[in-house]
Design a protein around this ligand. Sequence first.
Ligand code: NAI
Length: 783
Amino acid sequence: MSIQEILKDMSYGPAPEDPSIVHEWLASRPDGFGHFIDGTFTAPGTTFEVQNPATGRVIARVTQGSAADVDAAVKAARKAQPAWADLSGHERARYLYAIARHVQQHARFLSVLEAIDNGKPIRETRDIDVPLVARHFYHHAGWAEIAVDELPWTEPYGVCGQVIPWNFPLLMLAWKIAPALAAGNTVVLKPAEYTPLTALAFAGICAEVGLPAGVVNIVTGDGETGAAIVGHEGIDKIAFTGSTEVGKTIRRQIAGTGKGLTLELGGKSPFVVFADADLDAAVEGVVDAIWFNQGQVCCAGARILVAEAVASRFEMLLRARMETLRVGDPLDKCTDMGAIVHPVQLERIRALVEQGKAEGVELHQGSAPEGCFYPPTLATNVEPASVLSTDEIFGPVVTMTTFRTPSEAVELANNTRYGLAASIWSENVNLCLDIAAQVKAGVVWINCTNVFDAGAGFGGYRESGFGREGGREGMMAYLRHPAPSGPAVELARLSAVPHDGGGTDAIDRTAKLFVGGKQSRPDSGYSYAVAGPAGPVGLAGLGNRKDIRNAVEAAAKAVGWGGATGHNRAQILYYMAENLSARSAEFAARLEALGAEPSAARAEVEAAIRRCFWYAAQADKFDGAVHQTKSAHVTLAMHEPLGVMGIVCPSQAPFLGFVSLVLPAIAMGNRVVTVPSQPYPLAATDLYQVFETSDLPAGVVNIVSGPRDELAKTLAGHDEVAGMWYVGGAEGSAMVERESAGNLKQTWTEADGARDWSGRDGQGRGFLHRATQVKNIWVPYGE
Ligand code: NAI
């Protein structure tokens, strides 16, 4: 070929990476791999095959972890944990640092092994996966060093069970193990059955650096092994990355056990291209969004939404670029896209695409060799209801639809049950930030996509899960505030009487519900009697499912509250303090009627007023951060409200407990539907007038009194409710966590009576953390 021809063709010859070091390593285990438990490799047990998806060849056999294996691993982790947590942060940091160094020393080996095991191109494992793994351990060596100063009043969970997927086998391991260890936890981790080999190589690194036995345990196996880890009673916290379906199963499986949980699940992320975007750059963005790792990326930009004005030009550019992608041997350094992880996944992709075709979708495809490969695919003429628009394909298939206005773009972007990531392309950064704020996603990339760094949090909204990995917020997922403990409280039964039905003397003592800023009669038409020590003190509305649904609807409508400035919200909280103060004698008298000592009643009202001031102060000060990530990127970590929250209040602190939960939630911009103390709701319902006279917008606080757990169940099962706080019995806690699995709402449950609401436990930043989620927005700058 002449130089002229080469320049014209611009194609490359193959540049294969030499896999011999990996082959030698694999050949040294002819009987297969055991687990890594208590610092040593166990003998192989019942094994299963691991294939190289690019060739279909069996490359190793690994052990199917049994319940006994999981038990041995959990026991080893439990035994090792106190000593690990007792080390100084500096000592733990040195181990994490050593791991990072050894990952770098073995970088080539790990890159090749990952490419062979997973099928992803060596270009990616070498330039992205493995460097990010090292970065993660360095970053968390730093957290181990400083966590005691930076994150005070926290403690490690203990033993963490971690289950990871096959799309970034080693990187997901690093995301899980590095923060867990930095925080003083020990771990039992299960890699995915398709891709267990780099985790076993990592176990070798742990042994090499002399990590104390039992701190990291790796058990291989399939979903059954995963379920055994999740269900083991010696585990204190579960961290899972994988499908939304399994995430929901896990949520239900551990409901009521008190185990911590973070879930990083699926996505169907929008890729929004405005008319003024740099279209060439956006086309390259699509390559990185959906054809990176064969589209097997939870945050893949799988739905292109492009402005109608530039749609045809964009499609032309994109199709031309798609033609140039090289699909093939993962070990060839010129390969853009490698193999699909497993024939089962390939079949899944094919089936979904066939379904799309049957719905009338038009397909444009690049080329791919025979075998476990799938060509880069663009689907046009796709309806929003098409399976290709709604389902996570987890393959190199992207849909394209058009929009006309920015608000239509937002509507389409949010038209999904997921909320993991979004990518927004426009030369107008004002517009990008405006859209970023409106998109329901945990990560937003502006004029870039699939950018990751250990210094920034990663994780989703809605059915993409909860909790963050990376950065300060990721550390918080492996540390907890010591839980207050106290006796659980039994609830007395309610006795229903017709609403306004007498039995007590004063009309103004028949409290109604408070829905959408108005006092309303309960749907049932019934009330229930509220008694103090000296007999009946009034009637409260007997709310039911319908009342809860109305209240949620009212809260959903009060969407403006989330967009109000912190200053605006603070003003209203101050106003509430003022009005509460003006009526403090009345509130104190009510508490006395309910059985409080006069001085305690006065102190409780005083404390409530102070709490209004404290949360008013926090409303514009509970800031996010600008994370230190990649050069020439600003990474904004913003606190956002969850949205509509359900709050089921303690029965034992009917006034201060209510105030202590509602204030932090609304100070952060949430709208709440509350169930006040079942036996003593009147202390909370007296607040109606305070809300009405304090300019609190209608629907921000809604109160539905009645049977606590029945109402809690409706709230927990409601799809519009994004977060749920429940203070009550053990059975109710389990029920709330189980019911919340439907839309994967964040939950916080606690035993009634456990917390002293009047003391330091009744107020603090911990409440604000629970009332917010972090959105990380990446904004690159420079040429
Ligand atoms: P999966 O969710 O079944 O597997 C992920 C991990 O969970 C694996 O280690 C598996 O062994 C384990 N697991 C399975 N069932 C479990 C259970 N009941 N309890 C505990 N652990 C369990 O995902 P799968 O079947 O490999 O892929 C299916 C689809 O899930 C993909 O096509 C994709 O749509 C989605 N997925 C999403 C991922 C993400 O990063 N968000 C990663 C992998 C898959």
